[in-house]
Write a protein that binds this ligand. Structure first.
Ligand code: NDP
Length: 404
């Protein structure tokens, strides 16, 4: 039985809190803390009503290490689940080191002033976590997260060597708005506007944003335009999957989404540097964020499904082999269960599962750890149990889900 502190009461934090409450046999005491207390209180009341479980709430500025240390000392958790924004990762990791508590997050550190995410600064804390016999599980969402576990599972059970990985992320949900983002608008737009990047034959290759488009025929969804982006799990998978020759990441975007984004871009509204307006300094992207619907409000309106998975190709017993492992999640079903749409659901469930495995001692390795470094089997079992069942298609290596 463990005490857990969840930081961040957004779309993902709501799902983590619900799912921990559903597993109160493991998480005996749950505290949800965030910048805006009223959001925590709303989730607390919802969980009492829907899950019949009491959780505690608290207000925290997670950029402030001293305040975090005080909170952690008063809650005394075994683990902190960080589902605030990537900007808070380093402060929360430092607070965990100072208080001797395990750490878990779903997105790697990003500096607010530069739209660049990488593991460098988090991996630099590996020695500190090891020295204190603590685990920092990095990227326990869906992508990163489940996609890394899918690759580890493929490696363990299907391949001697994996040579090619394509990570395919399709959201075929419709929220009925002309333009809205499914998770934090600032993080989402920064990610989509960054240059594309993939790894091939030992080096990173850079593309312009949205330069490479492919059409993938997603099971249970159908063909969708999918664009090559750089995504953070590629950085650790390149390091941890031996023999890899290429890894790419594709995400679907509708024509309407891309047209809106282009207009915002063309007029400078996606800029992250401050500009002066009537004597006030404002960051254009913050204005856009303030005007767009709160992703948490999309839940009741979003219909359709997501399909996220990995296609792995390689060698087993000297023969070529190719498999596709994926999950399908239904927006309306997720909303019925935890009042959130699939993008939050598919992130929050793996965060709870990572936390559960750590608290049960089934996943424990000191230092900063990426998901594919752990035994995938218990995680895959938990996915089936907690709302994210997966499927495997063993393919003829000469076939593809790409529509030419
Ligand atoms: P939201 O913007 O909905 O929620 C973020 C929450 O963090 C908000 O409640 C916000 O508070 C709180 N917060 C922000 N800054 C602070 C701070 N300084 N101190 C305390 N609380 C703070 O985001 P999401 O829930 O959609 O995303 C949460 C995380 O999950 C992000 O890091 C995101 O990148 C990651 N993610 C990962 C995915 C994956 O598959 N791996 C997929 C989707 C998201 P307030 O409401 O007061 O602003």
């Amino acid at each position: 039985m463990s005490r857990v502190l969840i930081i961040g009461a957004g779309g993902v934090g709501r799902v983590v809190a619900h799912k921990c409450a559903q597993n109160s046999g493991v998480f005996e005491h749950i505290v949800l803390a965030s910048r805006t207390l009223s959001k925590c209180e709303q989730i607390r009341d919802e969980i009492k009503r829907m899950q019949g479980v009491n959780i505690e709430v608290s207000k925290i500025d997670a950029d402030n290490v001293e305040d975090l240390v005080t909170l952690i000392k008063s809650v005394k958790p075994s683990l902190v689940i960080n589902v605030a924004l990537p900007y808070q990762d380093l402060a929360i990791m430092d607070a965990c080191l100072l208080t001797g508590v395990h750490y878990l997050d779903t997105a790697n550190y990003e500096h607010p002033d530069s739209a660049k995410f990488e593991y460098k600064e988090q991996w630099a804390k590996n020695g500190d976590f090891k020295d204190k016999n603590l685990m920092a599980l990095l990227g326990s969402g869906f992508d990163p997260g489940v996609t890394n576990v899918f690759c580890a599972y493929a490696m363990k059970h299907y391949f001697d060597e994996i040579h090619y990985i394509d990570i395919l992320d399709c959201n075929a949900g419709d929220h009925g708005y002309a333009f809205a983002t499914n998770f934090n608008p600032e993080i989402n737009i920064r990610e989509v506007n960054s240059k594309g990047r993939y790894w091939e034959e030992g080096e990173w290759k850079e593309t312009e944003p949205m330069e490479i488009k492919m059409v993938w025929d997603y099971p249970q969804i159908g063909p969708k335009d999918s664009y090559l982006l750089y995504h953070e799990e590629e950085e650790s998978l390149v390091k941890n999957i031996k023999g890899l020759k290429r890894i790419r990441f594709f995400m679907t975007f509708s024509e309407s989404y891309l047209t809106h984004l282009k207009v915002l871009d063309n007029i400078g509204l996606t800029r992250i540097d401050p500009i002066e307006v009537d004597g006030c300094k404002v960051i254009p992207l913050h204005v856009v964020k303030a005007l767009l619907p709160d992703p948490a409000s999309l839940g009741p309106r979003t219909k359709g499904k997501t399909n996220i998975g990995v296609v792995c190709e390689g060698i087993k017993d000297g023969k070529r082999k190719k498999i596709y492992i994926y999950n399908i999640c239904d927006h309306q079903e997720a909303y019925k269960e935890v009042c959130a749409q699939c993008v939050s659901y598919t992130t929050g469930v793996p965060a709870m599962i990572g936390a559960k495995l750590i608290c049960e001692g089934k996943w424990m390795k000191y230092g900063t750890v990426n998901m594919e470094e752990m035994d995938p089997d218990p995680f895959m079992e938990e996915l089936n149990r907690h709302g994210l069942p997966w499927h495997i298609i063993e393919m003829d290596p000469d076939t593809t889900f790409e529509v030419k």
